[in-house]
Design a protein around this ligand. Structure first.
Ligand code: PMP
Length: 398
């Protein structure tokens, strides 16, 4: 049996295609504006995007990316360590550190690589990594790399500071990294930041919060740490540019010595090219915009709140969730995929997710600042008229 036999034997995607319910890799044609997108030539209401602040179509953000290409070209053309380090990178890092209240920042090519690069550089032989059991795949994969260089890796119960304390008390080393998402976007809940800080401080463990989904939306744009009033108490924070910051890339925030260490030791940093000029400048312009709007409640939150209640009132099984994401639960994969397909038929794009990304089967709806009341009313109209079509299916299966 050769290596590729497993690919020839892989039928899962085909099974869904055969019954017309395959929901993945939809092909969108631009532009995605005003909460709308073009899918297979037809306009759809986009209820599945992480562009929470609707900044990817913002004129300033687009202009910044265009200017960066005009001035710097399209590529950083090498590792930052050698030739690919631009003043654009360093300026963005300085502003990120300033906005989030850290001494320094370091940019990576994606949010995934940020977590991979930070966890694997900081933990190895003699260290322990403790992950929330629902931590994002990028933290898990970073921990696996750390394990390969000798770190002990364990999970603590989801959002369970007591379990964390028990495991810290039993640990055989004091050199421990505790890592968690800030917002668990597939579970719809937040890390108990203040409690985790207290436990980590008590045991001298180092806390890392990946606030991919909180940044730009919660805590005056500064995310869950600020929302919990824990500024200055979380030594490591990571974020992505691919959601509220309307770009591509990611960053870690920490004290200056830690950032200097990561600049010289993190393999995804050293052995990968610097972020492109356009991505860097787009993220920077989006950060400026978020800073400018920091005191105003994001429209995405009010939109999600409204839609969550309205869907609940319509009889959908809506999970309790915080932030711009709404999770609608279904009893099995077929009813969830059918619902996604029916909604799409009515011009409503939602994300179909199921294990292992989340527990159970759910449609993940994400609101953005572009979801104005008329867009929401149109979406609700579709959900309401479909209620009769959808609900019997999932009641039957329940
Ligand atoms: N962390 C979390 C919690 C995420 O949800 C994601 C993206 N889904 C990432 C990290 C990775 O970010 P990026 O898309 O920039 O690689």
């Amino acid at each position: 049996m050769d290596l590729l036999e497993k690919c020839r034997a892989y039928t899962r995607a085909d099974e869904a295609r055969d019954v017309g319910l395959y929901p993945y890799y939809p092909v969108f044609q631009g532009p995605a504006e005003g909460g709308r997108a073009v899918l297979d030539g037809a306009e759809v209401c986009m209820l599945g995007s992480n562009d929470y602040r609707a900044l990817s179509a913002n004129r300033q953000v687009i202009g910044a990316a265009q200017d960066a290409i005009a001035l710097y070209g399209t590529s950083a053309a090498g590792s930052r360590l050698l030739n690919g380090n631009l003043d654009l990178h360093e300026e963005l890092e300085a502003d990120l550190a300033d906005f989030f209240g850290y001494e320094a920042a370091l940019i990576f090519s994606t949010g995934y690589m940020t977590n991979l690069g930070v966890v694997s550089a900081l933990a190895g032989h003699g260290d322990q990594v403790l992950l929330d059991e629902k931590a994002h795949a990028s933290l898990v994969d970073g921990a696996q790399l750390a394990q390969a260089s000798g770190a002990v890796v364990r999970r603590f119960g989801h959002r369970d500071p007591r379990d964390l304390a028990r495991q810290l008390a039993a640990a055989s080393t004091e050199s421990i990294l505790v890592a968690t998402d800030g917002v668990f976007s597939m579970q719809g809940d937040l890390a108990p930041v203040a409690e985790l800080v207290a436990v980590c401080e008590e045991y001298g463990a180092t806390l890392l919060i990946d606030d991919a989904h909180g940044v730009g939306v919660l805590g005056r744009g500064r995310g869950v740490i600020e929302q919990a009033g824990m500024q200055g108490r979380v030594p490591l924070m990571t974020l992505t540019f691919s959601k509220s910051l309307a770009s591509q890339g990611g960053a870690v925030l920490a004290d200056a010595k830690t950032i200097d260490f990561l600049r010289h030791t993190s393999r995804p940093q050293i052995f990968s090219s610097g972020l492109s000029p356009a991505d860097t400048s787009a993220a920077h312009a989006a950060l400026r915009e978020i800073r400018r709007r920091a005191e105003a409640e994001p429209d995405a939150l009010a939109a999600a709140d409204y839609l969550r209640r309205a869907l609940d009132a319509l009889g959908f099984d809506v999970a309790r969730s915080v932030g711009p994401v709404i999770l609608v639960r279904f009893p099995d994969q077929t009813s969830m995929l059918s619902a996604q397909r029916i909604l799409l038929g009515y011009g409503m794009y939602t994300n179909a997710v199921f294990p292992p990304a989340c527990e159970g089967y759910q449609l993940r709806i994400a609101c953005t600042d572009a979801h104005t009341p008329d867009v929401l009313e149109a979406a609700l109209g579709v959900f309401a008229s479909l209620r009769e079509e959808l609900l019997p299916r999932y009641r039957e299966a329940a």
